[in-house]
Design a protein around this ligand. Structure first.
Ligand SMILES: C[S@@+](CC[C@H](N)C(=O)[O-])C[C@H]1O[C@@H](n2cnc3c(N)ncnc32)[C@H](O)[C@@H]1O
Ligand SMILES: C[S@@+](CC[C@H](N)C(=O)[O-])C[C@H]1O[C@@H](n2cnc3c(N)ncnc32)[C@H](O)[C@@H]1O
Ligand code: SF4
Length: 438
């Protein structure tokens, strides 16, 4: 299963399993995988931060003599190359993530948006998100970002406790976070999101819920809650390994999560994904498009993408990763027009697996209607999602059980075989009955 790690920061399987119980609530969104092929979401990675947080292993660098004009020109060049390669006519949403994209100059953000609008249709009301760190440097430009077209802001508040912020190695204090939130709510009313982390060393259920209660009084209409993941290679990981910091027990962390869900529900938030809560319909269109299995293009160092490179005559969706290190990435963009380091053609079965796993993260889950669309889209029209598993001889090199149906190979020939295989459909049917037992 090749779902990128960044899709689930801090969320463990236990939490996913818990949230699967949500499956089956009001199905108002588009069926998974039903996105028109002529459109994609666009992710733009800004790889720089002012300081390394103690827990973070995302692709980020502390800049030394950053040449922002070159970075800008490479981002626009890569956006142009990959949008053309995908042949999409419409970009449905744009997300500037990082790293700390609020440290980029408004000129850079504007240049990327201008290029996107030149290469494809970007609707005036398309969701365009920027992640901001609540430092004075990050917050000072918010009005400028709003003016150039950013219409959703995601603020990395993480905690309202200064001691916890110190432990996390953040370079902001709780007061700055609250100041940035106030400012953001004026500029991005109804479209300001906050990120919080729970399950920190030394944190108790009581200290977590007290701070969360405070934030629920002050926040806007979107909250993301991430359980801390101890990532190898981070300084927090080392401190915990060496016994200097005690991690809370898993049961305590589970209690934190359940308590937070309850509090947010009481404040009219809908939990629409394992880690995400929205009220007044403020669901993130961009992040939803990941969970719905839509195409997305990733530009910038280390960005991930999932799209069909129709411009080169291909018809299979590819998982793409851009070169991680910014200077190497820039050289590649200058030489080739893009810095794609890894391309993996995905078989239809692999795409379907991703769609199923990601769909399970949402409250809508995998519905019968969505399953039908999937079956039709992946070449199995006419077979019902509730058909019993077939037992005919396997086509996939002797594999016969659902668990085995995960071919590493992604050759086009095999993908075609997969899509028509009765075993494949049977495996899917079996899964669907488990996932959505209405
Ligand atoms: C990679 S950051 C980028 C945005 C911005 N620089 C910030 O720190 O908010 C996006 C989100 O991932 C979260 N994150 C990063 N590492 C994490 C970890 N080890 N466990 C849980 N969440 C993590 C961050 O806290 C943040 O809310
Ligand atoms: C953890 S999510 C936080 C989203 C936020 N809570 C919101 O509601 O908008 C955002 C982070 O995931 C990572 N990310 C998102 N899309 C990505 C992509 N296509 N390629 C690489 N990283 C991505 C980036 O590090 C980004 O900072
Ligand atoms: S500011 Fe965000 S991206 Fe940068 S190190 Fe901290 S958590 Fe990671």
């Amino acid at each position: 299963m090749a779902v990128p790690g960044w899709l689930s920061p801090g969320v463990r399987l236990a939490a996913i399993a818990r949230s699967a119980r949500l499956s089956g609530s009001a199905a108002t969104r588009q069926a998974p995988g039903a996105e028109p092929v002529g459109q994609a979401a666009l992710y733009v990675h800004w790889p720089y931060c002012q300081k390394r947080c103690s827990y973070c292993n995302f692709n980020k660098y502390i800049p030394q003599g950053l040449d922002e004009a070159s970075m800008r020109s490479c981002l626009t060049q890569e956006a142009q190359t990959l949008i053309r390669l995908s042949q999409v006519q419409r970009i449905s949403s744009v997300f500037f993530g990082g790293g700390t994209p609020s440290l980029a100059s408004p000129l850079t953000i504007a240049a990327v948006l201008e290029t996107v609008s030149r290469c494809a249709h970007l609707a005036a009301d398309a969701e365009i998100t920027l992640e901001a760190n609540p430092t004075s440097a990050g917050a000072s430009q918010l009005a400028a970002f709003r003016a150039l077209g950013i219409n959703r802001l995601s603020i990395g508040i993480q905690s309202l406790d200064d001691a916890e912020l110190g432990l996390l190695g953040r370079n902001h204090m709780a007061a700055e976070a609250l100041g940035t939130l106030e400012e953001a709510k004026k500029l991005f009313s109804g479209r300001t999101s906050i990120d919080l982390i729970f399950g920190l060393p030394g944190q108790s259920v009581a200290s977590w819920t007290r701070r969360l209660e405070e934030l629920i009084q002050l926040c806007d209409d979107h909250v993301s809650l991430y359980q801390l993941t101890l990532e190898r290679g981070t300084s927090l990981f080392k401190q915990v390994q060496q016994g200097f910091l005690p991690m809370p027990e898993q049961e305590v962390v589970a209690e934190m999560y359940e308590a937070a869900r309850e509090m947010l529900r009481a404040a009219d938030f809908r939990q629409y994904e394992v880690s995400n809560f929205a009220r007044n319909g403020a669901l993130s269109a961009h992040n939803l498009s990941y969970w719905q299995g839509s195409q997305y293009i990733g530009i910038g160092p280390g960005a991930h993408g999932r799209f069909v490179p129709r411009g080169s005559g291909d018809s299979l969706r590819e998982a793409r990763i851009q070169t991680l290190e910014p200077d190497s990435w820039m050289k590649e963009v200058l030489n080739f027009g893009h810095g794609t380091r890894k391309r993996t053609a995905l078989s239809q079965l692999e795409v379907l697996e991703e769609v199923l796993v990601l769909g399970l993260r949402t409250d809508v889950g995998i519905t019968h209607q969505g399953a039908q669309v999937l079956l039709e889209r992946f070449g199995c029209a006419g077979l019902s999602a509730t058909d019993p598993p077939h037992t005919a001889p396997a086509v996939l090199g002797g594999q016969s059980s659902p668990r085995d149906l995960n071919p590493d190979s992604s050759s086009k020939q095999e993908a075609t075989a997969c899509s028509r295989s009765p075993e494949w459909t049977g495996a899917l049917s079996g899964h669907l009955k488990i996932l959505h037992p209405i």
